[in-house]
Design a protein around this ligand. Structure first.
Ligand SMILES: NC(=O)c1ccc[n+]([C@@H]2O[C@H](COP(=O)([O-])OP(=O)(O)OC[C@H]3O[C@@H](n4cnc5c(N)ncnc54)[C@H](OP(=O)(O)O)[C@@H]3O)[C@@H](O)[C@H]2O)c1
Length: 345
């Protein structure tokens, strides 16, 4: 414990939704958050208090603090959905059994948040972490790795031989690229920076195409002709995505799981839904948790930890920023990052 009843946190300045649709880009963090000392959260039955060791920053956190995510903000509550830390207290038998354990967790209580020295969450959503798993991997154990496994499962069940990913230099796509490499399903990566090509090829991508490059459209045609990808896993959901989908063969599925670009796409050939059995659908990890059994979730968690510890996966980190420096250092770090930016108390 802190020795006092308060803690340092990055707290939200607004309630509810903003009604804007700008996407996760942030130029001035002070519009949404402030650094403050606030009361250390209190636990109720079934909950644990966690001393945060490291918190991840995901695009969903940025959508959220801007009031553009699927959940309303709570003014005065700390931001941050996901972290790793040590359980320092708990109420109820399941929660008490976790005291002293290092756990990965997502915050499920609107008045708590992971960008703080302490966070409260139900014991039921805490995942005890193997000692040999790095904090960098454990801090991002849930959102991206489980989404990577779940979406890769879509590729496996569909029996595709290749898949296209947009925003492919994201941590999530790096995990899916490695899964494609390990399971013989060809990853085709779309990025917007030439400097990211070589690293994604090293991780296992077969093709990396750069949007905005003069030969982008030509290369898309060539790669689609050669690989016949029928699955587009898309976090950008802009016109490039719609054009890729239009160029894909009969039976193509467009799975939208993010909206990094606020631009709404136009689908020029609606007849493809009639004559080419094309489909558009969404993926949200929250839904996956509702649709899978605890046994399936546990199997996925064990696989996630094994993949990180064995080196098949790695969370790539560009910067680790102290909470107290975040108001000035976070935005510049996010702007130049080619990998994750983490927060530590
Ligand atoms: N639906 C779900 O359940 C679920 C679960 C997990 C993650 N996600 C989504 O998955 C995506 C990746 O998450 P992450 O944590 O892996 O991301 P990340 O590591 O933080 O990386 C973000 C990536 O997005 C790219 N990007 C940002 N704005 C873009 C734009 N306007 N156009 C094209 N690319 C853009 C960046 O490209 P540059 O390198 O060029 O800047 C960067 O590579 C996010 O959209 C996130 O919300 C969804």
């Amino acid at each position: 414990m802190t020795g006092s009843n308060d803690m340092f946190a990055l707290i939200q300045k607004h309630d509810g939704f903003s009604g804007t649709r700008e996407g996760p880009r942030i130029d001035d963090l002070g519009l949404y958050l402030e650094a403050a000392r606030v009361p250390t959260p209190q636990i109720e039955d079934g909950q644990v208090l966690i001393k945060v060791a490291m918190a991840s920053i995901n695009p969903s956190d940025l959508h959220f603090i801007k009031g553009e995510y699927g959940q309303p903000r709570v003014k005065g509550a700390p931001a941050g959905f996901e972290a790793v830390g040590e359980v320092v207290s708990g109420k109820g038998s399941r929660a008490e059994a976790l005291i002293g354990k290092r756990v990965a967790f997502t915050v499920q209580i609107p008045t708590s948040g992971a960008w703080a020295e302490y966070a409260v969450t139900p014991a039921a959503v805490c995942i005890p972490v193997r000692d040999d798993m790095r904090d960098e991997d454990a801090a991002g154990h849930i959102v991206n790795p489980l989404t990577a496994l779940a979406m890769f499962d879509i590729a496996r069940k569909a029996g595709v031989s290749s898949f296209i990913m947009t925003a492919a230099n994201s941590q999530l796509c790096k995990l899916m690229t490695a899964l494609g490499r390990d399971h013989g399903i060809t990853p085709i990566c779309i990025v917007r920076k030439e400097s990211q090509v070589a690293h994604l090829m090293e991780l296992g991508a077969k093709h990396v195409l750069v949007t905005g490059s003069p030969d982008f459209s030509e290369k898309v045609k060539e790669v689609i002709k050669a690989e016949k990808p029928r699955l587009l896993l898309d976090a950008v959901a802009n016109q490039v995505s719609a054009d890729l989908f239009t160029a894909m063969p009969t039976g193509a599925r467009w799975v939208v799981y993010g909206k990094l670009d606020p631009e709404p796409p136009v689908i020029p050939e609606m007849g493809q839904f009639v004559f080419m059995q094309k489909h558009i659908e969404g993926f949200w990890l929250t839904r996956w948790f509702m649709d899978t059994t605890p046994e399936q979730q546990m199997q996925a968690i064990v696989e996630v930890q094994e993949r990180f510890v064995s080196g098949k996966w790695q969370t790539e980190v560009d910067a680790v920023i102290r909470l107290e420096d975040a108001m000035s250092e976070l935005v510049p770090a996010l702007k130049k990052a080619n990998a994750k930016v983490m927060l530590v108390p």
